[in-house]
Design a protein around this ligand. Structure first.
Ligand code: CTP
Length: 743
């Protein structure tokens, strides 16, 4: 009997290879040992007729004459089929893309070599032997190849894998199905493990190359470790990672590298292990975890070859000097020119950076000047105010300064510098660094451009990361995969910029947002910072799209689980902008806050108590909370009163008195009635300003006794004036005498 087997915990490559082997050995039985990978199980459940799979207990292993093993060469990985290895005269055939390791069996037929997936090897055979395959088989084989090559992104991918996939597509492989099964979310277990790995991860620099090391102990086998390490590597965009796992009596090193400078195959050899340059492992006995780490660092020091980053080649040379001169007020242009001159004199280099550059290129007004100085930022700031006037606030520890210049211009200045940890527990070593390092630490490519200000290079755009291209393509893209983990507020920023400029996130960035959210990243963020980001989004002139995105990512629920984006709320968010424009000057005059109106829209279905708790929870100031609560209290009664057809001015006044402008705009929005809008407008622009001439002193002179009555008289007098009953000072006196007779 011929039997085909693969490794326990079969993944798609293993299953696909099993199915392909069955095409090549049609008479053989195929058995799936143990329980396959969860996704594979689901796939088999959906496609029960794909292959006739036997269970281990259905097979008499003693009768096996030829054993065909796919995707492994290790006896311990083939489950009960191991029994067959004792059969006399057993013939072994192997198809396996893994690099050979010590415990490998050797077969009469033994095909391996440089392939990203075992399925590729078998597809080549199928093609050579002209064996027909169904579209379903083609799809499964493609799945195997896509999976094991990380959709052709893993460094182990070879041209053969691409060729095999292209052949499968001509055979009808369904790529939708492939992407359905490949783009799997993390399982709960993986999320937990990922969190743990993130916590334990340390970075060291060796010969200028950053290497991540994770040490962990476990009493038993850790499921999904390798898959999760891969995911971690993607999320953190790690180039090289070593996981040192200590179980009962041994330590296992799992190593991955994407860069030539670190050949993990060679490094693990020093521990008696081995593998590819990009993926390798080793098992060590009789050493402590700490000793292994120490030795690893020693080995790394001798084996890692430094790489020179091709900085200059990434530069995009473009001069935006004319934009600086054309689009900015002259006081800013001359400030920038002055900054350039000072830098030149002091032997520094100075650059405009961040949002200012972004908005300059977009043609959007932005006068928040951010400068990066290669040199000493603080003394630069001092020179600047010496020339231009104003004052400096400096933070020595951070090398930053704020220069406030005459005319209220604020300039933020930072010193470009790099900090890194030579060793995990060491204090950061601070060195004067370069602009590139500074820009690389920023959030998105569109915010990571700089403009040179030194006279000889004035206006030159420095764009290491493709920001200009992304601006043109309207894309928000992170610079590196750990951006959101480093700073979760960037999730809000991405959404804010998207909404503001009508941009979209690139796929990777969106995936990273989702990964970060799955890791419950906002738990690491203080309520205050969360609040500031929410306020920033709600302060945008038109936050509707950003809010829709917040909802899509289920972030709105973090504000309050009861917030639902109903049609009504969406409509309110749409309409409110016309109300803002009609009340624009008033809003400005009152220093009214748009975000409060937007906030009121979002929480309109929550009870007052819920809103009060929410305000407390987010540590809103007393004034902010007051305005919000005022926008909810007695709302229905107020609207009902406003709707009455005959409305005495004094009644209108009394109804609206004490309401902040934000609450009034919310009311206008909710009633959607021009007459009422006019009434509110009148209240705000006219009625609130009406004053009577009569004062407390005057009442005393008129013979009234000071007391609570005074307030009542003055109040009624004001109402009478609003209603046109009194006009002149003398009619005010008459009104008082008539209505408040002295006893
Ligand atoms: N930045 C960052 N990560 C953050 C906040 C800011 O990398 N979480 C960087 C970006 O390069 C950004 C610059 O610091 O452009 C200035 O930040 P800020 O003034 O807050 O934002 P702007 O980009 O200027 O955006 P806005 O128009 O909203 O002020």
């Amino acid at each position: 009997m011929d039997l085909i087997v693969t490794h326990i915990g079969a993944d798609f490559d293993a299953l696909a290879s099993l199915v392909a082997a069955k095409k090549i050995y049609p008479k053989a039985l195929a058995v799936l040992a143990g329980s396959p990978d969860k996704d594979v199980r689901e796939y088999l459940y959906k496609k029960p007729h794909l292959i006739d799979l036997k269970k281990e207990k259905e097979v008499d292993f003693k009768k096996v004459k030829r054993l065909i093993v796919v995707d492994t060469r290790l006896a311990k990985r083939i489950g009960e089929a191991k029994e067959a290895l004792n059969n006399r005269g057993l013939i072994l055939h192997f198809y396996d893309h893994h690099p050979r390791t010590k415990g490998d069996l050797v077969g009469a037929v033994d095909i391996g070599g440089r392939y990203g997936a075992t399925a590729t090897i078998l597809v080549e055979l199928i093609k050579k032997k002209r064996i027909k395959i169904s579209t379903e088989e083609a799809t499964l084989l493609a799945l195997g190849i896509y999976e094991d090559t990380g959709s052709f992104t893993f460094p182990s991918t070879t041209p053969a894998d691409l060729k095999a996939a292209s052949y499968l597509i001509t055979k009808g492989a369904n790529l939708n199905m492939v992407s359905d099964f490949i783009r799997r979310e993390l399982t709960k277990n993986q999320v937990k493990l990922l969190n743990k790995l993130l916590r334990l991860e340390k970075r060291i620099k060796i010969n200028g190359i950053e290497i991540a090391i994770i040490k962990l102990k476990s009493s038993g086998y850790i499921t999904d470790l390798v898959a999760t390490v891969h995911r971690l590597r993607d999320i953190e965009n790690l180039e090289t990672i070593f996981v040192l796992l200590e179980t009962k009596e041994r330590i296992r090193i799992v190593a991955r590298s994407r860069i030539k400078a670190v050949n993990v195959g060679k490094i693990t050899q020093a521990f008696g292990g081995g593998g590819h340059a990009t993926a390798a492992s080793a098992t060590i006995r009789g050493m402590e975890l700490r000793e292994v780490e120490k030795k690893l660092i020693e080995v790394l020091k001798s084996k890692v070859t430094p790489e020179i980053a091709p900085d200059e080649s990434l530069l995009f040379k473009k001069n935006v000097g004319s934009l600086l001169n054309r689009n900015l007020p002259s006081k800013i242009t001359s400030l920038l020119a002055e900054a350039g001159r000072i830098a030149e004199e002091k032997n520094f280099r100075v650059y405009l950076v961040g949002g200012f550059v972004r908005d300059l290129l977009l043609g959007v007004e932005n006068f928040d000047v951010d400068l990066v100085v290669e040199g000493d930022g603080i003394s630069f700031a001092r020179y600047l105010v010496r020339r231009a006037g104003g004052k400096v606030t400096a933070h020595k520890r951070f090398g930053t300064a704020v220069a406030t210049l005459p005319g209220g211009i604020k300039v933020d200045i930072v010193t470009a510098r790099k900090e890194f940890y030579e060793f995990p527990a060491a204090l950061p070593t601070v060195k004067e660094g370069s602009l590139r390092e500074d820009l690389y630490r920023r959030d998105f490519t569109i915010n990571a451009m700089a403009v040179r200000l030194n006279p000889k290079h004035y206006g030159e755009l420095v764009d290491f990361f493709g920001g200009w291209k992304d601006l043109k393509e309207r894309i928000v893209k992170v610079l590196h995969n750990e951006s959101f983990i480093e700073d979760p507020t960037r999730i809000f920023r991405a959404i804010r910029f998207q909404g503001r400029y009508g941009f979209s996130m690139d796929r990777n960035t969106e995936r990273l947002v989702k990964d970060a959210l799955r890791l419950k990243i906002f738990r690491r963020l203080s309520k205050q910072r969360l609040r500031e980001e929410i306020i920033a989004i709600l302060s945008e002139p038109q936050p509707k799209n950003a809010i829709l995105r917040l909802d899509k990512f289920r972030i709105l629920k973090l504000i309050h689980p009861k917030i639902r984006l109903s049609q009504e709320i969406k409509k309110d968010l749409q309409i409110v902008k016309t109300i803002f424009s009609r009340f624009a000057s008033l809003l400005k005059e009152e220093d009214g806050k748009r975000w409060i109106v937007h906030f009121l829209i979002l929480v309109q279905k929550l009870s007052i108590l819920e809103v009060k708790n929410l305000c407390n929870n987010f540590r809103l100031s007393r004034e902010q909370s007051r305005k919000i609560v005022k926008g909810k209290e007695n709302l229905r009664e107020i609207i009902k009163k406003l709707k009455e057809s005959e409305l005495k001015p004094s009644f209108l006044y009394r109804t609206l008195q004490g309401l902040p402008v934000e609450a009034l705009l919310f009311i206008v929005l909710k009633v959607r009635n021009r007459l009422i809008e006019k009434r509110v407008y009148q209240y705000l622009t006219k009625m609130r300003k009406v004053r009577i001439r009569t004062t407390g002193d005057k009442l005393k002179k008129m013979g009234y006794k000071q007391g609570p009555l005074f307030k009542k008289i003055l109040q009624e007098l004001l109402w009478a004036k609003l209603d046109g009953i009194v006009k002149s000072p003398s009619s005010e006196t008459k009104f008082v005498f008539d209505n408040f007779p002295k006893d």
